[in-house]
Design a protein around this ligand. Structure first.
Ligand code: SF4
Ligand code: FES
Length: 349
């Protein structure tokens, strides 16, 4: 069936969601997603970041949908017409959702390990406001130690429930998610139960904010100072692909993560042994620099990007600089009679 998103038509299979169709088109029409995660069953429908406007329901029933729809959980219909980046209503809704998510989220990006690869940071950059209307106190939680590998910072959690789904779908015991309700909602018990499992580290990768970070990497470096390389090893943990991204600072592997695509989602999940216990270069077969599909702070000036538009002209630049230096050093062009506010520049006063 055919759907049109921001004027771009695409053919999709029945059962495809609007978000998936938008990702097939790519570019700026792709709605942001904080809770949907393509590798986790049943994810989505919680954060409302991915709202879109359905201007035409389908060929069979062309009426527009009155409310904005969450694109990650709304299926495409034949002849559907959708507005994403082209709609003022959508832009306004994304701004409001961003403002809502930031109500309780601490603005501690300068000290947060997720900075540089945080989905909320990117969302705020695109849709955030520079002022807050929130005058109440932010919600805070007591720090909770959930083991040697994962740092839980509940104050930063946006309750997307991706980590709950990792616990549910990748670990042995079914664990439940959000404890308490409303302002008190938190997910601590679920994580405490799940941390012993060999795949619990994947919660770090799926967390869109800095609520779950890697204790073995904590405060070691800003992510943009690390160089990411694709690497693999013969992993014996059942279910682990052994294919990772190792983040290096010089010759030191500071962090190991799953390989993430342009939507910041891992290609395959990895075990805790690969993630936390193998930090020696000799543990890995390094395949080469990791290519980033999406622009972000961590791939600025990355040499794996295409550089056709960059024209440095080093020789010309140096010679021009020398000429200007000579002029300044010789002081030939200084006007000693120049006046500032009626006073001579070289007056004795
Ligand atoms: S800890 Fe992270 S992954 Fe889990 S619900 Fe909170 S924001 Fe989502
Ligand atoms: S990504 Fe669709 S509601 Fe969160």
């Amino acid at each position: 069936m055919k759907v049109t998103i921001d004027g771009q038509e695409i053919e999709v299979e029945a059962g495809t969601t609007i978000l998936q169709a938008a990702r097939m088109i790519g570019g700026e029409s792709v709605p942001p997603a904080m809770c949907y995660y393509s590798k986790l069953k049943g994810s989505g429908g919680k954060c409302r970041c991915c709202l879109v406007e359905v201007a035409k329901g389908s060929d069979a029933d062309p009426r527009p949908m009155p409310k904005l729809m969450a694109s990650c959980v709304t299926g495409c219909m034949d002849g559907m017409e959708i507005n994403s980046k082209n709609s003022d209503r959508v832009r306004e809704a994304r701004e409001s959702v961003t403002e809502f998510l930031l109500i309780n989220h601490p603005l501690d990006c300068p000290v947060c390990d997720q900075a540089g690869e945080c989905d909320l940071q990117n969302l705020s950059f695109e849709h955030g406001k520079s002022k807050t209307r929130f005058i109440e106190e932010k919600r805070t939680f007591e720090p909770e130690d959930i083991g040697p590998n994962i740092q839980l910072h509940m104050n930063r959690c946006i309750l997307c429930q991706r980590c709950v789904q990792v616990a549910d779908q990748l670990t042995d015991n079914r664990v439940h998610g959000v404890m308490d309700r409303g302002d008190h909602a938190n997910i601590s018990t679920c994580i405490s139960k799940a941390i012993d499992n060999e795949f619990s580290g994947n919660m770090i990768d799926v967390c869109p904010v800095g609520a779950l970070t890697d204790k073995t990497f904590r405060f070691k470096s800003r992510v943009w100072f690390n160089k990411p390389y694709n690497a693999h090893r013969e992993c014996t943990t059942p279910g682990c692909c052994g294919k990772t991204t190792v983040w290096m600072f010089g010759n030191e592997i500071q962090r190991v993560t799953g390989r993430k695509d342009e939507y910041h989602e891992v290609e395959e999940f990895i075990c805790n042994s690969c993630r936390f216990d193998h930090k020696e270069v000799s543990d890995w077969v390094i395949e080469g620099p990791r290519e980033f599909e999406k622009d972000s702070v961590i791939n600025q000036n990355n040499y794996t990007q295409k550089l056709e538009t960059v024209n440095i002209n080093t020789e010309e630049g140096i010679l021009k600089g020398r000429l200007e230096d000579r002029k300044k050093i010789s002081m030939n062009e200084i006007d000693y009679d120049e006046k500032i506010d009626g006073e001579k520049l070289n007056s004795d006063k």
